[in-house]
Design a protein around this ligand. Structure first.
Ligand code: 5GP
Length: 211
């Protein structure tokens, strides 16, 4: 089997609980590496630079785009967000499955570039629940919350291009499903074409020698 890791993309509306799912997945399993994104937004209370995000200026962000240092990027509610390329490539090479917790535009860019990526979309129980969670977090103004709700409405249009839904009722159940699905995806024939080809070549060589 080829040893390269899988790219696992997790998107969901703001307040859908996707961050908690990713943290729990990482806590339970050591085959994953979490890609820390760069962003131009201000840190929320408790967020740590280099852990939650690399908090950078817009100038630095634009430099990173120009230098090709980002695997993908998008603008989201008046800030930029992007995935630093080197970390992802290095971890995939090491055989780690790399988690990208990113919004839809970026997710679809990743799927274009890496068709073998597995895309999950976290679904909340109801739209009201999303609003309640954002409000309850207490970190954004009503204006920003409403912008995020508007963005959610746009994101709902592309959910059909994701591979799987994660219905976030029970955290343990959701994390189990996510992990099992990534493991199944690893063995999909379309993600193992080289391995299948090597077996076919193996047959040819074997039969050349023995028949
Ligand atoms: P937040 O400001 O709530 O941390 O994130 C806002 C949105 O940006 C979320 O949907 C989050 O998944 C997304 N996001 C975080 N990092 C990235 C990234 O590197 N690229 C893209 N395209 N979206 C990101």
């Amino acid at each position: 089997m080829k040893k390269r890791g899988l790219l696992v993309v997790i998107s969901g509306f703001a307040g859908s609980g996707k961050g908690t799912i990713c943290k729990e997945l990482m806590r339970q399993h050591d085959n994953y590496a979490f890609s820390v994104s760069a962003t131009t937004r201000d840190p929320r209370p408790g967020e740590v630079d280099g852990v939650d995000y690399f908090f950078i200026t817009k100038e630095r962000f634009l430099e990173m785009i120009d230098a090709g240092e980002l695997l993908e990027y998008a603008q989201y509610v008046s800030n930029y967000y992007g995935t630093p390329r080197t970390y992802v490539e290095q971890k995939l090479q090491e055989g780690k499955d790399v988690i990208l917790e990113i919004e839809c535009q970026g997710a679809l860019q990743v799927k274009e570039m890496f068709p073998e990526a597995v895309l999950f979309f976290v679904m909340p129980p109801t739209v009201q629940e999303i609003y309640n969670r954002l409000k309850g977090r207490g970190t954004e103004s009503e204006e920003v919350i409403l912008k995020r709700m508007k963005r959610g409405q746009e994101e709902a249009e592309v959910i059909g291009r994701y591979d799987y839904l994660l219905v976030n009722d029970d955290l343990d159940e959701t994390v189990r499903f996510l992990h099992e699905t990534v493991n199944s995806a690893r063995y999909a024939t379309e993600r193992n074409r080289e391995f299948v080809e090597s077996i076919k070549t193996g047959f040819v060589e074997f039969l050349k020698e023995h028949v």
